[in-house]
Write a new protein. Structure first.
Length: 318
């Protein structure tokens, strides 16, 4: 009993720590997407901002909501993701994120990473949640008629049954939902959460940095992220290059897991995230970078997540 009590305390502490996590992000639609993709791939520069293209990764997403779309109407998104880790393997995560506003570009994010820990039964066989996601996304890749959501029914119904069983468990996204609004997100309501759409994204990732001289002029040379373990190897090998932003260009397609007149949603989206500890300076540098990109490639600022954009596409009358 003592060990179980200690584990519960640790889990609760982890959940509370996750509650305070935020990301400072800006999102854009790109008018000249093909030209901009080449710009990133070639690690080109624009004014004082240098880019270093470092990876192209594939992400698979399964998005969730309640039958009456409480998450969407509460400006939240919930997903299970399988993503390439850049080292030949895959990582799995269960994430709850808030939507951005034009006034506030910070996003709340909490996540559960140990998806191999959770067991489920499918076709009378016991498997792990991560392994089930593997099977689901493999079926997604192999399905030539991807708008046929019934292809995924055995996987999605198994995950829905798991949610019913785990709605009150110390799983970070569920606990966070209940913490945010226990009246709206009662444990019973959480148990009704089901898969809403499935999709795939190809992400081109680049570091954005300044030379040591430009960083000194911008007062950014001494405001690096304090967590050395988070610093990419590129900047460890090149200490004269000052990491200020991380960027990603996503080409994504999503398919609904319900009946709708629209069979798919295609999204091309560029996102930058602050990587220096001085938040105000980070915002200033993002704005300067945005101004340069706007003049060359044309940008349209956007705030909605892929889930919100796709949901509005699939059910435009709501």
């Amino acid at each position: 009993m003592a060990i179980k009590k200690l584990l519960n305390i640790v889990l609760i502490c982890c959940t509370l720590n996750a509650i305070g996590q935020t990301e400072i992000q800006h999102k854009y639609d790109i008018k000249k997407a093909s030209e901009f993709s080449k710009f990133l791939r070639n690690s080109e520069s624009i004014d004082k901002f240098k880019t270093h293209f470092h990876s192209e990764l594939t992400y698979y997403d399964l998005y969730f909501d309640t039958p009456d779309l409480l998450l969407f109407h509460s400006s939240l998104s919930l997903r299970m993701r399988k993503k390439e880790d850049g080292e030949g393997g895959y990582a799995y995560v269960f994430q709850l994120k808030s939507e951005m506003t034009f006034a506030q570009k910070a996003r709340m994010e909490v996540e559960e990473r140990e998806l191999d820990f959770y067991q489920l039964k499918i076709d009378k066989k016991t498997t792990h949640l991560a392994a089930l996601l593997d099977e689901l996304f493999k079926a997604f890749e192999n399905n030539g008629n991807k708008e046929d959501y019934l292809v995924y029914e055995k996987f999605t119904s198994t995950i829905s049954s798991w949610i019913v069983l785990k709605a009150q468990a110390p799983i970070t996204p569920f606990q966070k939902l209940h913490f945010l609004n226990p009246e709206v997100f009662s444990f019973h309501t959480i148990s009704t959460i089901k898969p809403q759409m499935i999709g795939k994204s190809i992400r081109k990732r680049s570091h954005i940095y300044l030379s040591a001289q430009d960083a000194k002029i911008s007062n950014a040379n001494s405001t690096q992220n304090d967590l050395e373990k988070d610093r990419p190897q590129f900047f460890i090998d090149n200490p004269d290059k000052i990491w200020i932003l991380e960027s990603s260009l996503d080409s994504a397609v999503f398919y609904p897991l319900f009946e709708t007149d629209h069979t798919q949603s295609e999204i091309i989206e560029y996102e930058v995230e602050n990587k220096i500890s001085n938040i105000d300076l980070g915002k200033k540098l993002i704005q300067e970078y945005e101004d340069q990109l706007d003049s060359k490639f044309g940008l349209k600022s956007t705030i909605d997540s892929k889930y919100a954009r796709s949901k509005n596409h699939f059910i435009p009358s709501e």
